[in-house]
Every structure is written in C-alpha cells, then in structure tokens.
Design a protein around this ligand. Structure first.
Ligand code: ADP
Ligand code: MG
Length: 240
C-alpha cells in the first residue's frame, strides 16, 4: 500500500468475452493533473468509470489514497465525477442541484449551505443559484456540474470529456477555469479527452491510450519531444 493519489494494478475489463482493457498499471501522484488521451473507443471512459466504481473491474486492483477501493461503492471512494452530458435535474434550481447529493448523504443543512456558497464563489455562479438549468447557457451548466462535484469535497476529481458539448470559444475559457480550479483546490484530477490541445495544456502527466493499453506516459513536453512510437507522434502531433 502507498499513500499516493491513485494506483491501478493490472486492471482489466471484459464485456462478455471481449477484453477491452488489457492490464493497465499506473501510479498517479497525489495532487497531479493526469489526462487520459486517445482515439474514440480506446477505453478512456471505461477506465475512468472503473476508477469511479461505476463499472466493475474484471481483474486488478484500484487504490485511492492508500486504500483498496476495488470493491467499494462509488460513494465510498472519495471521488466525484463530472460528465460530458451535465446530467442536471431540470426541475430543480441551481442551488438545489448543488445541494442534492449532500442532502441524500444526510449532510447538515448549515454545512450544505456553506459548501454551496463556497463552490458557487469558486465557479462564479452565485448570481445563478435560483435559476433552473433550462435558463443557463452551456458553459454555465457545465460550471454547475463541476460545482456539484466540488461540494462533495472529493479526494479525486474525475472528468469525462466535460467540454466536448461546448463551442470552441467556450471550451478554451472553461479549460482555463479547470486549470485554475486545480491550482486552487490542489486535488488529484483525472481528465479524459480525445482533444490533444486540452491534454497538452491541462496535464502534468499525459497517459496515451490505444486499444485498451498504455502507449506512453509522460509530461506533455516529454511526449511531444520524445514520442515512444509513430502512433503517439501522430496522435499528439509532434514532428517525428
Ligand atoms: P472511449 O471512452 O475511449 O471512447 P470506451 O471506454 O467508451 O472508449 O470504450 C472502449 C471499448 O469498450 C469500445 O470498444 C466500446 O465499444 C467497448 N464498450 C464500452 N462500454 C461497453 C459496454 N457497456 N458493453 C460493451 N462494450 C462496451
Ligand atoms: Mg468515452
């Protein structure tokens, strides 16, 4: 056991008789921003969902902050996940959307209010608290979805292509917001994208996946300047 952020040991996943994740070993340092990148269908979401506990591993072990969480429910893992589709409750105000998970967990009302206030300030959504999701722009909705993760005070944030529904301009500004969030909160963040620019600008460490295997792990600079093979070079866009 280690007290490092997240440790994956020989993680495998099969759907029926088809194995799609073929034995992933990865150590993610506490507080780092790690980006899983790779083409559609390479297994990014499946890997993230196994870390979240939304998908069972077929084999292997997952450790978060020194704790073996492989068989724990998502709510017991100290994680919070932000999805591409914001999955907000349309009939609830922003405030209630933020508070909902905490209410379900029987958090005290005063504590809920304090956390909603803090998260709204970080994300600059305090003026929107009484609105419904239908009255928000795409970027504002994505902020609320991130806020819902923040209020839970997770050890680890998991993002699955959170910006892919936004237009190009908004994607850039939300990317900057997420980088700022990482600096301010200091949590471990694992971020899935198929967008090379997002990976290069956000990551401390990039994990390049292909067909359920890791092709290369390294800093954006290492991967750009020294791609392990033609696939990585082609995917990251470096001149090899
Ligand atoms: P990515 O997020 O990188 O696009 P996914 O993790 O969604 O890739 O998918 C990886 C592989 O696993 C793909 O071949 C996909 O078809 C398959 N897959 C994902 N989820 C399921 C499922 N619930 N049942 C069967 N196959 C699945
Ligand atoms: Mg995916």
């Amino acid at each position: 056991m280690t007290d490092t952020g997240v440790v994956l040991t020989d993680i495998r996943k099969s759907f029926g008789s088809l194995e799609v994740i073929h034995g992933i070993d990865l150590t993610i340092a506490e507080g780092s921003f790690v980006v899983f990148v790779g083409p559609s269908g390479c297994g990014k979401s499946t890997l993230l969902r196994m870390i979240a506990g939304l998908e069972e591993v077929s084999d292997g072990e997952i450790e978060i902050k020194g704790r073996n969480v492989t068989d724990l429910d998502p709510s017991d893992r100290g994680i919070a996940m932000v999805f591409q589709s914001y999955a907000l409750y349309p009939h609830m105000s922003v405030r209630d959307n933020l508070a909902f998970g905490l209410k379900m967990a029987h958090t005290q009302p005063a504590e809920i209010e304090a956390r909603v206030k803090a998260a709204s300030a970080i994300l600059k959504i305090d003026p929107l608290l009484e609105r419904r999701p239908g009255q928000l722009s795409g970027g504002q909705r994505q902020r609320v979805a991130i806020g819902r993760a923040i209020v839970r005070k997770p050890d680890v944030f998991l993002f699955d292509e959170p910006l892919s529904n936004l237009d190009a301009e908004l994607r850039v500004s939300m990317r900057i917001e997420i980088a700022r969030l990482h600096r301010e909160l200091g949590n471990t963040m694992i971020y899935v994208t198929h967008d090379q620019t997002e990976a290069m600008t956000l990551a401390d460490v990039i994990v390049v996946l292909r067909d359920g295997r890791i092709e290369q792990t390294g800093s954006p600079r290492e991967i750009y300047e020294n791609p392990a093979n033609m696939f990585v070079a082609g995917f990251i866009g470096s001149p090899r």
